[in-house]
Design a protein around this ligand. Structure first.
Ligand SMILES: *[C@@H]1O[C@H](CO)[C@@H](O)[C@H](O)[C@H]1NC(C)=O
Ligand SMILES: *[C@@H]1O[C@H](CO)[C@@H](O)[C@H](O)[C@H]1NC(C)=O
Ligand SMILES: *[C@@H]1O[C@H](CO)[C@@H](O)[C@H](O)[C@H]1NC(C)=O
Ligand SMILES: *[C@@H]1O[C@H](CO)[C@@H](O)[C@H](O)[C@H]1NC(C)=O
Length: 535
């Protein structure tokens, strides 16, 4: 058992690490900007007030201290041993007999999900039903790390089968804290309905959990649930081109077309062009990667200005500002390209504490081989490289908002650079997406499994509400909802005063409360009597 001191340290673990939004921007759209991530991280550590011994750096209210669930490292007997899987609980609305809502932390530090427990979907559902809210951190993320390094071998327990079994094991063996006044037995899934919630990757996990562990998970809400895995996800950029401001998109497409044409011209034009962007030393593919950087801002938008990025608007404003244009030698350069170059210099290259080749060059493997526990970029990328895919190259044809030099090979090469074969495990040549898709793919459905999506979410293309997925009808048992103009799991967060949320967000939250109440009534009916004891 862990000491109280250690537990309290876990609860107030200093958040040494780039914030979730920065992490997301650098690592989740296109080939991850690992070197820039590393440079920023080094800078952050150098500037950090944290000296490695200070346990006073609290990131949330003390009522939300982290607890520890003793979890098996390998559920399939490859090794023995356990690790501490962190979870957070909120019982302020709990009434004995009420349901349990479990929110899956997915591919991030679980502490990043605490706002959803405080004012978001967990708080809303628990308040409406007398429920107990739990955030469960995903293995390998945040403080739930079962290994000593993030080498290829040590990452081998980061897979779908083991991490789904974690949640199942947690639900089977969860022990309510004494002060709740309920027997452990009363919270077992045969006596209490467990409702599972996840967004994005965790949304897919919510759907898998409902489908594969129906005796444990009474109902699930799968938000922006990427149940379809795919190696080449060029369509990530389709919703951006369709739903974003069309002047911005046309300007961007035109600039990309012209840039790709200039890159075909003889020396020194390509070098001079890259020089305009502040990255003269980069090869064409890495240059394409830098140009792609602002595209990640589209999905970083949120209906709540307090958590939304305004990066996309900033980029579009900069790009479409007009102006005079410029020259490289005798060649005329359009105003859009000049604006694009200025934007990249000021917003992307300026972030780099060293030089551009160091931050944006991907042709030197050395930095990708670093595998200590600080290299958290290796986690989701490992899942991408082994089971999920989602590489985001330029489309083979048609108008594009990224350079044709961003090829599938370029986007995926990092898998080979970062994860050399180990003694016990080798990353496959291409991700084996069969594991994900065999779990149900676009067709995945179950009673009491809801899908919530954002209309303009680039990831909707990988969910059961994709335009190409089989059409479905919404019902109380299999609810569907599309948030108009919404992006990525926009139902997950909420405001302290819910009546201040925009109408379409209040609507989706009310919808979720209604069908969950119905599901809970079904549970009561199926049991006859409410089987709860007082301790
Ligand atoms: C795990 O423990 C069991 C029981 O003690 C033992 O039989 C088994 O060989 C161990 N497995 C490994 C991989 O060490
Ligand atoms: C809890 O739910 C009640 C009933 O719907 C509502 O009036 C109240 O504002 C909610 N409280 C919070 C803090 O959301
Ligand atoms: C590659 O990067 C490493 C570490 O950053 C550096 O020491 C080495 O000189 C680089 N190699 C080349 C060929 O640039
Ligand atoms: C891919 O994964 C599936 C299911 O997990 C497995 O059956 C299959 O053998 C794997 N394919 C390869 C080429 O390893």
């Amino acid at each position: 058992m862990l000491s109280a001191l250690l537990l309290s340290l876990l609860g107030v673990a200093p958040v040494l690490g780039l914030d979730a939004a920065t992490n997301h921007r650098l690592l989740k759209t296109g080939r991850p900007q690992v070197a820039l991530w590393q440079a920023l991280r080094a800078q952050e550590k150098a500037n950090s007030l944290y000296d490695g011994s200070d346990d006073q750096v609290a990131f949330s209210a003390p009522s939300h201290e982290a607890h520890c669930f003793d979890q098996s490292i390998s559920h399939f007997g490859e090794v023995n041993g356990t690790f501490c899987q962190r979870y957070w609980m909120d019982d302020r609305y709990y009434k004995p007999g009420g349901p349990v809502f479990l929110l899956d932390g997915g591919e991030t530090d679980g502490a990043d999900r605490l706002p959803f427990l405080e004012t978001g979907i967990l708080q809303i559902l628990s308040n409406a039903t007398g429920g107990l809210s739990i955030v469960l951190e995903h293995r390998y993320y945040g403080g739930s790390v079962p290994v000593e390094s993030f080498s290829t071998d040590d990452l081998r327990f980061l897979n779908n089968a083991d991490s789904l079994e974690d949640s199942a094991n947690f639900i089977r063996n969860f022990k309510p804290p004494k002060h709740l006044g309920v027997y452990t037995e009363a919270l077992k899934p045969k006596n209490t309905p467990w409702i599972y919630y996840g967004g994005s990757y965790a949304g897919a996990r919510a759907a898998f959990m409902r489908k594969e562990y129906p005796d444990l998970v009474w109902g699930a809400i799968a938000s922006s649930a990427v149940t379809h895995a795919q190696i080449n996800m060029a369509e990530y950029f389709d919703p951006i081109q369709k739903y974003a401001d069309q002047t911005c998109i046309a300007t961007l497409q035109g600039a990309i077309r012209a840039i790709d044409a200039l890159l075909e011209l003889p020396h020194p034009v390509p070098t001079l062009l890259k020089g305009l962007f502040g990255v003269a030393g980069l090869e064409n593919d890495d240059f394409g990667g830098v140009l792609q950087y602002p595209l990640g801002y589209w999905q970083a938008r949120n209906w709540d200005p307090a958590v939304s990025s305004n990066g996309w608007e900033e980029f579009c404003d900069a790009l479409t500002r007009g102006g005079k244009g410029g020259r490289i030698g005798l060649l005329k350069i359009t105003p859009a390209i000049m604006n694009y170059a200025k934007y990249i210099r000021e917003h992307v290259v300026a972030q780099c504490p060293t030089d551009a080749v160091d931050c944006f060059g991907n042709h030197n493997d050395t930095k990708f081989l670093v595998d200590d526990l600080d290299q958290t970029w290796r986690l989701w990328l490992f899942q991408v490289c082994t089971q999920w895919g989602y590489f985001m190259p330029a489309p083979k044809e048609g108008p594009s908002i990224l350079s044709k030099h961003v090829t599938l090979e370029y986007a995926s090469n990092i898998c080979k650079q970062a994860y050399p074969p180990g003694k016990y495990f080798a990353v496959p040549n291409w991700p084996n997406i069969t594991d994900v898709n065999a779990r149900g793919d676009y067709e995945l459905e179950a009673e009491r499994l809801a899908y919530i999506d954002g209309e303009a979410d680039p990831w909707r293309t990988m969910t059961p509400q994709a335009d190409i997925a089989p059409k479905r009808k919404s019902s109380v048992d299999k609810p569907l909802h599309l948030i108009e103009d919404g992006v990525h799991h926009w139902d997950e967060n909420g405001l302290e005063h819910h009546d201040l949320e925009p109408p379409k967000i209040r609507d989706v939250h009310e919808f979720e409360v209604l069908f969950v109440q119905e599901w809970l009534a079904q549970f009561r009916e199926s049991k006859g009597v409410w089987n709860v004891g007082k301790e």
